[in-house]
Design a protein. Structure first.
Length: 261
């Protein structure tokens, strides 16, 4: 038995790996060059750290951009943490009630940097419907629930999360620039809900509303999605009122839960 401390080199590697995980969660996507600058290490060192995190499933690499995004292991850790806070259990009755009322698929989402994580959902009973997504990650600016949460952020926080003008697109209809996104978020903030038509996937339309605890603290968002075959003029107007009511009620229930990414 001894009192010797672990090697400094080992501690530094662990610290760098944890810092990288935090960076990926905060920004949503990180390149090796960005990781090297943030850690003040050589690109080869950052690359080796990313490779280990990728090996363990904590990050995945986008083959097109070469940037690293949160991986399935990291998502599972986040969902386990959410389960422990009982957020999913508390919000599920509101999801089930809203799904029954609208007979469309509904989800509870949380914001993680510039991404959203689908915590859980309830599917529509219709033969043609959108599917329940649990644990999936999407760019926040391409989803209705994500945009609803982004609209709740202060302007300086939004700029910190989106330092570049150009935004990655999921489809040709996704917001392509930060300026366009900011204009849309201003409308969302006034209106109270966000919409996304073929912005995340080409065959889906969706409407989302932020879930806030008393005092205005952002907790997450509720989203309603439907196939484009049922989308038409007046669709969102019919869905907005019950969605906003459910989001307000869920906010009261989740008052003690901290989930903001």
């Amino acid at each position: 038995m001894g009192n010797s401390s672990p090697p400094v080199r080992t501690l530094a590697s662990v610290d760098n790996a944890l810092t990288l995980l935090s960076l990926v969660c905060e920004r949503g996507a990180v390149r090796v060059s960005e990781a090297a600058r943030s850690l003040d290490v050589a690109p080869s060192t950052a690359s080796r750290l990313m490779a280990m995190l990728q090996h363990r499933g904590h990050v995945v690499q986008d083959p097109a951009t070469r940037a690293f995004r949160p991986g399935p292991a990291l998502v599972r850790l986040g969902l386990d943490a959410i389960e422990r806070t009982s957020a999913r259990r508390l919000v599920m009755p509101y999801l089930e009630r809203l799904a029954r009322e609208l007979d469309e698929t509904v989800h509870f989402l949380v914001l993680d940097g510039t991404s959203v994580v689908f915590v859980d959902g309830v599917e529509s009973t219709r033969a043609v419907r959108t599917t329940r997504r649990r644990g999936e990650i999407r760019p926040a600016h391409c989803t209705s629930g994500g945009k609803a949460m982004l609209a709740a952020l202060p302007a300086e926080e939004l700029r910190r999360r989106y330092p570049a003008e150009r935004l990655p697109a999921c489809t040709p209809k996704s917001p392509a620039s930060r300026s366009a996104l900011e204009r849309e978020l201003a409308t969302i903030a006034r209106r109270g809900y966000a919409t996304a038509v073929q912005e995340s996937e080409p065959d889906i339309a969706a409407i989302g509303a932020a879930v806030r605890a008393p005092g205005g603290r952002l907790v997450g968002a509720l989203g309603v999605s439907l196939p484009m075959t049922r989308y038409g003029r007046g669709t969102f107007a019919a869905l907005a009122e019950p969605l906003l009511a459910a989001a307000a009620a869920a906010g009261e229930e989740l008052a003690a839960v901290e989930l903001l990414g």
